[in-house]
Design a protein around this ligand. Structure first.
Ligand code: NAP
Length: 246
């Protein structure tokens, strides 16, 4: 994508060392933004930023850590002079049936997705509110729309992200700060490579478009929501699932 839709903006992407987050960082960077790639794995985030070249830095940050998220936002402003786009993407899965899921499995997933997204929204919106502009994009999942067996923790967290997004969108709209979420379906990343191949094939067969999505296809939806092309859209949920769960 060589159209400079986010030229001159500064973006943070969490969980950006690999998968969908890395692709979002690449697409925003190609769209002209300066990008802070944040990840638990600081070395991988830095290596990914170096590969992007100018206008990119890598930062180690655990999204569940209040101080780390606040200093991540401060770092973006300090380094690039503003914060215009915040993409709360970091995520984990700890799948198990209700019979087998532990409280630790439940808490870990809720904490990374819900607390992590909430901390990111709070810290980014503090800057954006003052500057009277900004776009926040939270990565939910179609699992939060439909509920997936074996994912009571993940489905709850991803549905929660939609509620959080809408509440924040209502609070921030009059400050010219938009907040939207994206619900990817089955996307080819390390997260889905962990699925048994027969389960992956079965899920793929149930998709109207008959294929899994690529990280780039999610990243392009994020670029749209980050850019002025979506200037009158807030509190929205954009499904990127090949028609799954219409
Ligand atoms: P992924 O390949 O596993 O990448 C997730 C990234 O988040 C990893 O780099 C991981 O770092 C990082 N991360 C995990 N916990 C973190 C924390 N506490 N603080 C900072 N970074 C953290 O996953 P993905 O498939 O790209 O998924 C990205 C997002 O899309 C997630 O929110 C996921 O739930 C959502 N999603 C994915 C799909 C799909 O089909 N893949 C579908 C719907 C939604 P480490 O590797 O160092 O742990």
């Amino acid at each position: 994508m060589d159209v400079a839709l986010v030229q001159g903006r500064t973006a943070i992407v969490t969980g950006a060392a690999q998968g969908i987050g890395l692709e979002i960082a690449r697409v925003l960077h190609a769209g002209g933004a300066s990008v802070v790639l944040a990840d638990l794995d600081a070395a991988a985030a830095t290596a990914a930023a170096v590969a992007l070249g100018d206008r990119a830095i890598g930062v180690g940050a655990d999204v569940t850590d209040e101080a780390a998220v606040d200093s991540l936002v401060a770092r973006a402003v300090e380094h690039f002079g503003s914060l215009d786009i915040m993409v709360n993407n970091a995520g984990i899965t700890r799948d198990a049936s209700l019979k087998k899921m532990t409280v630790d499995n439940f808490d870990a997933v809720i904490t990374v997705h819900l607390r992590g997204t909430w901390l990111g929204v709070r810290a980014a919106s503090a800057v954006m509110r003052e500057q009277k502009s900004g776009s926040i994009v939270n990565i939910s999942s179609l699992s939060g729309k439909s509920g997936n067996p074996g994912q009571t923790n993940y489905s709850a967290a991803k549905a929660g992200i939609v509620g959080l997004t809408k509440a924040a969108a209502k609070e921030l709209a009059h400050h010219n700060v938009r907040v939207n979420s994206v619900q990817p379906g089955l996307i080819r990343t390390a997260m889905t490579e962990a699925m048994p191949p027969e389960v992956f094939a079965e899920r793929e067969a149930a998709i109207p478009m008959k294929r899994a999505g690529e990280p780039r296809e999610v990243a392009n939806a994020v670029l749209f929501l980050a850019s002025e092309l979506s200037s009158y859209i807030t509190g929205g949920v954009l499904e990127v699932g090949g028609g799954r769960l219409m």
